[in-house]
Structure formats: structure tokens, C-alpha cells
Design a protein around this ligand. Structure first.
Ligand code: SF4
Length: 429
């Protein structure tokens, strides 16, 4: 919705399946089967699914994560007049061409209330708040069912069980959803203009998912300009000016200029030399960190593109070569033969010496109890039992930085303890 030309470019680009996307596909199909059958898919543990050339094993851990999504869906289904999983939603009313749609992982509704739930199996945090994809799906549901349910409240939920604090909810009104529909219609109408009228508008979020990010001169310029702060970090005006980034379209002339710089070995790089972080102002550091994911993503895409050119087209690279990555030693597949060889060569060893047994982690133990103890007891109850009986403790996590829209509560400050102490004194007085 931010970058007009990205739609056409992404339609034309090759679809490079990633391991993470393949894993997500398997997790989604487990969730769908579970919701439709009501049966926990334990019988599929150990199965290997091949998706986009990747072999994905279904593990207890994966089922445990999907269970958090399943539980949330079942909770939403309680009291709902209609619910469905993997529901096709038509969004053609928003798009300049017909037959456009997507698949909502789970929807449930009753009179005036819609709940829409999405499973995200990746580890890159995605939150429900202001999530465009789910608002679009909610609009698809709205257009089909509003005549019957008169939706006034729309609850958007994202289940991202592999991320701490990854189960997030955002509730909006009918008016807010419809206002977003106008925004989406306008943005998508712009993507369908003649190609020469389309602009590229880089943004920290949009470019991260774009298939052409490794070769996009607009993104190259965007990152070069935003790291400009390195050069004028001691300029007070520059420090304050860098706080808000307004997405801005990049003209073709400027992109052509960037391409020339990229192609010219002798050109001066627009990326400045990097200063040491302690030399930067706090505002500059705070802003730059917002680009971390985008930059990592951009450089990963560049690495993958370069590797593919070097391997499949056998292009000679300047500064780089193709090598084999480091691997770890592993046993050959025949375990019985290994044991036999070991005991023959080292007769003082016992078979038990060749194995290590360790206690399962609390999460693994919960699933073992759930599947093997033959008691109908839910995972949350087993977890509560482990906690209440004092067998598990959760040590405080190390302090880390998160974006302000992250749903976790801010960690207490180290100095809070002194304020509490003072308050106690005052009360005593
Ligand atoms: S990388 Fe960013 S600016 Fe370039 S086409 Fe993709 S979304 Fe647009």
C-alpha cells in the first residue's frame, strides 16, 4: 500500500520459497486439520512434509505452538454463531481489478462482533495493532456478512506463538474499518496506473517483504540517505529532523543516478564511513535501530541474489567467491553398526556409556504429560500444576530493546527500588 510499483514488480518476480515460509505452510495445515477434525494431530509427529523443496518435520514442539493458535480459535468459536477456518475472503471491492482475495486463517462472528485470527509461525514479530493484512481480510468478511451480522466491533488477533508476547489483539470499530477501506482503495487504485506513472516509495516495513529489494535503487537511496545521520551526528538540527520518516516517492531520474553509482566501480559510495556508536546522539541511535530489520533483510537478499548469480549463471564476482559453508560432524545413519564398532574397538565401554540422558525441559515435559500420562488434562492446567507446586520458576529475562508498540510491559528501572523505599519511609512518617 505504500509503494505503488511494488505490486507489478512482485507479480513479475520469481517466487523464492524460504525455509521459514515452508515451515509456516506446514504449521497452518496442521492448525486447519486440527480445527476441522477437533483431533490433536499427535499421530503426525515425525512425518516429513516437503514444501517448496524443503523437508519440514512435524515435531511435538510444532504441535505445541500450533495448539496456542488452536486454543485461541476455540475460545473465539465459543458463543459464535458462525466460525470457519481457512476461509477465502474476496476483497475485489477494494482493488482496481476483479477476483482478488486471500485466505483468513480463522474467523468467528456473532451479532455485531467479528473476530479474525491469523497464525504467524515466523519469529519476526508482527503485532495485531494497525495490521493492514488483517484489516483487509476483515473487510472481505465484512462485505460478505455485514448484511446479516451488522458488525460494530472488529477484533483482530495475531497468534505468533514462537515470539514472547506474540499473542496480540487489537479492537476497532465499524467506522475505523471503513475508513481504512477508503485508504486501501485509494492506494491500490494507484498501483494500477500505467507503468510509467508508478512511483517507488521505500519504507522500513514495506521493503522488508518486497521480492526485488536486493536490486531496488530506491531502497538503496533510502538507506544511504537515512544513514546520512552518521555524517552530521553532531549537528543539533539534523538530530531532531531525523525522528520522523515520511515515506517519499523516489523519481526515476534519481533511481537512474543510483544505478549509475552502483555500476561504477570508481564512484564514491553514498554510504558514509561508520562512526562508533558511543559517538552518536541517543536520538540518532534510536532512529537507526528502526532500520535494523530492513537492513538485515536487504543484505540477506543481496547475499542470496549474488550467490544465485555466481552459482547458476557462473558469474565471476569481484571481492567474493563461492565456498562450502561450515558443517558439523555427524554420525552416519546406521546406529547399530556404530555401537557394534565402538564396543568392539573399546571393549571396556558399555552400551550405556554411548548415550546421554537428560531431563526434558518444562515445555517438553508439559507435552509429554499431555500426550502420555493418559489423563484428560489441558496444557494450561499442567503448566499451572508445575508452577503452583514450585517445580518451575521463571527467572527475569535480560533487559532488551523492543519497539514502543510491542505489547510487553516496560521493564522496571533499576532505580525504581529507591523510589519504593522512599515511599515506604513517607508512609511510616
Ligand atoms: S524495495 Fe521498497 S521501494 Fe523498492 S520496489 Fe520494493 S517496496 Fe518499492
Amino acid at each position: 500500500m505504500t509503494c505503488e510499483e511494488s505490486l507489478v514488480l512482485n507479480v513479475l518476480a520469481d517466487d523464492n520459497q524460504t525455509y521459514e515460509a515452508a515451515e509456516g505452510t506446514v504449521a497452518h495445515s496442521l492448525g486447519e486439520g486440527w480445527i476441522k477434525s477437533g483431533e490433536r494431530p499427535d499421530d503426525q509427529i515425525g512425518f516429513i512434509e516437503v514444501v517448496g523443496g524443503f523437508e519440514i518435520e512435524i515435531t511435538e514442539e510444532m504441535i505445541g505452538f500450533v495448539e496456542e493458535f488452536y486454543d485461541w480459535c476455540m475460545e473465539a468459536a465459543e458463543g459464535a454463531e458462525y466460525w470457519a477456518s481457512e476461509q477465502y475472503v474476496d476483497i475485489s471491492r477494494l482493488t482496481p481489478i476483479p477476483d482478488q482475495g486471500g485466505t483468513a486463517d480463522f474467523i468467528a462472528f456473532r451479532w455485531q462482533v467479528m473476530i479474525i485470527i491469523d497464525l504467524k509461525y515466523g519469529k519476526d514479530p508482527v503485532f495485531a495493532r494497525e495490521n493492514k493484512q488483517l484489516r483487509v481480510y476483515a473487510l472481505g468478511v465484512f462485505y460478505e456478512w455485514d448484511w446479516l451480522y451488522n458488525f460494530q466491533t472488529i477484533e483482530i488477533r495475531i497468534a505468533q506463538p514462537r515470539v514472547a508476547g506474540g499473542m496480540t489483539t487489537w479492537t476497532i470499530s465499524r467506522e475505523e474499518l471503513l475508513a481504512f477501506a477508503d485508504e486501501a482503495k485509494e492506494a491500490w487504485a494507484r498501483t494500477w496506473q500505467p507503468r510509467h506513472m508508478l512511483t517507488r516509495t521505500p519504507s522500513t516495513k514495506g521493503c522488508r517483504w518486497c521480492k526485488v529489494r536486493a536490486t531496488c535503487p530506491a531502497l538503496y537511496l533510502f538507506m544511504a540517505e537515512d544513514t546520512d545521520v552518521f555524517e552530521n551526528y553532531d549537528d543539533i538540527d539534523a538530530r531532531t529532523a531525523i525522528i520522523d520518516v515520511v515515506p517519499t516517492a523516489v523519481s526515476y531520474e534519481r533511481m537512474a543516478g543510483a544505478n549509475e553509482t552502483i555500476m561504477d566501480d570508481m564512484a564514491v559510495s553514498p554510504f558514509p564511513a561508520l562512526p562508533s556508536p558511543p559517538a552518536l546522539h541517543t536520538l540518532a541511535l534510536a532512529k537507526l535501530l528502526r532500520y535494523q530489520k530492513l537492513m538485515e533483510n536487504f543484505f540477506n537478499a543481496i547475499r542470496a541474489e549474488l550467490l544465485s548469480r555466481a552459482i547458476s549463471r557462473e558469474e565471476e564476482l569481484l571481492w567474493w567467491k563461492v565456498v562450502e559453508s561450515r558443517t558439523r560432524r555427524k554420525w552416519v545413519e546406521d546406529e547399530d553398526w556404530i555401537i557394534e564398532q565402538m564396543l568392539k574397538r573399546f571393549p571396556r565401554l558399555k552400551r550405556a556409556d554411548l548415550f546421554v540422558t537428560k531431563m526434558a525441559s518444562p515445555a517438553e515435559m508439559e507435552r509429554i504429560i499431555h500426550t502420555k500420562a493418559k489423563e484428560k488434562i489441558s496444557l494450561p492446567k499442567i503448566k499451572a500444576f508445575l508452577e503452583d507446586s514450585g517445580m518451575t520458576v521463571k527467572p527475569p529475562g535480560q533487559k532488551t530493546l523492543a519497539a514502543v508498540d510491542d505489547p510487553r510491559l516496560p521493564a522496571p528501572k533499576d532505580t525504581d527500588v529507591f523510589f519504593n523505599y522512599d515511599e515506604m519511609e513517607e508512609d511510616d512518617i
